[in-house]
Design a protein around this ligand. Structure first.
Ligand code: MG
Length: 400
């Protein structure tokens, strides 16, 4: 194994007869829940979206990757499909070990028969486009491509004999994606299925496939401990440095014949509000605030009150659409502050339910959703109990 020099790439013969078909195999078949919470770590939220979603999106967004396969545990297939919603990915059922899961994934793409396969840990959500491109290019020359980082810390062996210093020279930390000519790594997996290894390069080594190294990426961390999730969040947030504020304001007239919806919650007391949709004045104000952050018009522009499709519609649809617009630009909603303005009903008993509902619609932790309520001291149309108003301030972070 030797370090790869980018300038030498052209010296390698290109794989003959390639159709340039590059498949990604994302391994997310672990079912361990030691991480805390009800779900394995690949489904834990990272800035409001599952870790696996970030990982799959990195490959889906990459122009050099034509197909994505992901291996998941049968118990979590539904969760995985939800995480991948809107992304084109083929799901494969995993096995008892990582190694078996990868082999099953490789077998599942045999009909596709890609030229190159990039095998990646589902719990490395911060993989960069640069690294995917580098691994893809190198493995296209017919070798196994390993992203790795030199060990720079002094290594100690500490056991019952005490503490000794190990030689760190020539030692590397292996990352993924690891890239391979598909046929070669499939053959290696079949041949060495009974040899326990912890990554796929190890099988390439056993099979005698040449291995070359590309520079790994310190940010391409593997989420193993809860602290890794927080570190990943800090890295992601540092990339979302375009911080924007939007405001929204809305008023609806009371209509005693209708249900009262506030923040996606149907309150057991009224009066209800008049409107074309469910007239959820709170969600309308928040939706406008999100659109304000994007400078992308207002709720009436996207969901015309004259459009029969939105008659009686749940206003959560409007807010989800606005949230999706933020996600489509690679951003996140960071905070929501809502003020409900009305003489009745009293909001206090429903405040927590409304916060939970808004947090759920937006994919936000509930401590990033504030719900406040006030009256207008019996002054004006609100004071005369003709209707109620809502005001929202939303913070959005977009890639700088
Ligand atoms: Mg409205």
């Amino acid at each position: 194994m030797h370090e790869h020099d980018q300038q030498q790439t052209s010296a390698h013969p290109e794989v003959s007869g390639t159709r340039g078909l590059v498949a990604a195999l994302v391994v997310a078949a672990g079912s361990g829940q030691r991480f805390g919470g009800a779900l394995p770590k690949q489904f834990q939220p990272l800035l409001g979206r599952p870790v696996l979603r970030h990982t799959l999106a990195a490959f889906a967004d990459h122009p050099g990757v034509s197909r994505i396969f992901t291996v998941v545990h049968p118990d979590f297939e539904t969760v995985a499909r939800q995480a991948a919603q809107g992304l084109e990915a083929t799901f494969v059922r995993g096995g008892d070990s990582r190694q078996e899961s990868v082999r099953l994934g490789l077998e599942a793409m045999s009909e596709e028969n890609p030229d190159i396969v990039l095998i990646h840990d589902g719990v490395r959500p911060l993989v960069s486009g640069r690294l995917i491109a580098a691994v893809r290019t190198l493995s296209g020359t017919g070798v196994a491509a390993l992203p790795a980082l030199r060990v720079v810390d002094t290594l100690k062996r500490i056991d019952r004999l005490g503490c000794r210093t190990e030689n760190r020279e020539d030692l590397y930390r292996a990352q993924t994606p690891q890239g391979f000519p598909y046929a070669a790594i499939l053959a290696a997996h079949r041949r060495f299925a009974d040899r326990e290894v912890t990554d796929d390069i190890a099988l390439a080594e056993l099979a005698g496939l040449p291995v070359e190294v590309v520079d790994g990426d310190e940010d391409n961390l593997k989420i193993t401990e809860p602290e890794d999730l927080r570190r990943a969040e800090r890295i992601l947030l540092s990339r979302l440095a375009d911080i924007r504020t939007g405001t929204g304001f809305d008023v609806h007239r009371f209509d005693t014949t209708r249900d009262l919806w506030l923040g996606g919650v149907k309150l057991p007391e009224g009066p209800g509000l008049a409107g074309h949709s469910d007239a959820d004045v709170a969600l309308h104000a928040i939706t406008d605030a999100v659109l304000g952050c994007l400078a992308d018009g207002d709720i009436g522009m996207h969901f015309s009150p004259r459009d029969p499709r939105w008659r009686g519609a749940a206003s959560s649809l409007f807010l989800q659409d606005a949230r999706d617009r933020v996600h489509a630009r690679g951003g996140v909603v960071a905070h929501v502050d809502l003020t409900l303005i009305g003489e009745r009903p009293r909001i206090g008993p429903y405040r927590q339910a409304i916060r939970d509902s808004i947090a759920n619609i937006m994919g936000l932790p509930v401590d990033r959703v504030s719900v406040k309520a006030t009256t207008t001291e019996r002054l004006g149309f609100i004071g005369r109990e003709e209707g109620m108003a809502a005001q929202a301030v939303v913070t959005v972070r977009l890639p700088a």
